[in-house]
Design a protein around this ligand. Structure first.
Ligand SMILES: [Zn+2]
Length: 215
């Protein structure tokens, strides 16, 4: 988690102490979730600073959890297949969120977030239950990322490394979309084109090579 927080800074996705991440607890004694502490810059973090929250809401650790612990807890609770959540105020994703804009299917990599677009969750006060509910509702059953109106963005995945990768991908897509809007009117992929991308992604990744000839 320390490495991931510092990677977010290196990747230009996070500044100061605004971002936060969580990881689902694995072992029986530490079920619940681990989350970054409130208000400590990534460069000063160590593993001992991480905060644990169990299913009863009991907090263990030297510091208060991130003020955004509610949406970390609720996303992990709503989506058992997701094991890590990354939240940042990355510049281009946040610029779109400041306008209440989604990232539409202007690039096929939008499918990496699990749907046809990267939607923008409605605004609610940071740290509030209303914000958590808005994010969980926006992600629904399948999306792994969303923008957060007038605030930032969130990406979640099966591992922390994949969640950091997705956060970087969402910021890249936001940057590309903002530039494309300056060039002209981005042309959007239709539902069938995005479905074809999802089908490709389902069979994508490292694996044994097939013996059939390429076609
Ligand atoms: Zn935030």
């Amino acid at each position: 988690m320390v490495d991931a927080m510092q990677a977010l800074v290196r990747l230009g996705l996070n500044r100061g102490a605004s971002g936060n991440i969580s990881v689902r607890g694995d072992c029986q004694a530490r079920a619940g979730l681990w989350i970054t502490p409130s208000g400590i810059p990534p460069a000063e973090l160590s593993a001992a600073d991480m905060v644990h929250i169990d299913h009863a809401g009991t907090v263990t650790g030297p510091w208060n959890p991130s003020s955004e612990w509610r949406f970390h807890r609720d996303v992990l609770a709503a989506r058992p297949e997701l094991r890590a959540v990354v939240h940042t105020h990355a510049v281009h994703a946040t610029a779109l969120a400041m306008c209440g804009r989604a990232i539409p299917a202007a690039h096929y990599m939008v499918a990496a977030a699990g749907g046809q677009s990267v939607p923008c969750a409605p605004y609610a006060t940071f740290g509030s239950q209303a914000l958590s509910t808005a994010i969980v509702d926006t992600l629904g059953a399948t999306l792994r990322a969303c923008l957060m109106a007038n605030h930032g963005m969130l990406a979640a995945h099966e591992t922390l490394a994949k969640a950091v990768w997705l956060a970087e991908e969402i910021e890249t897509l936001a940057h590309q979309y903002v530039l494309a809007c300056q060039v002209g009117q981005p042309q959007l992929l239709d539902a069938a084109a995005m479905q074809a991308v999802h089908e490709r992604f389902a069979g994508y990744g490292p694996g044994a090579r097939h013996e059939e000839p390429l076609s």
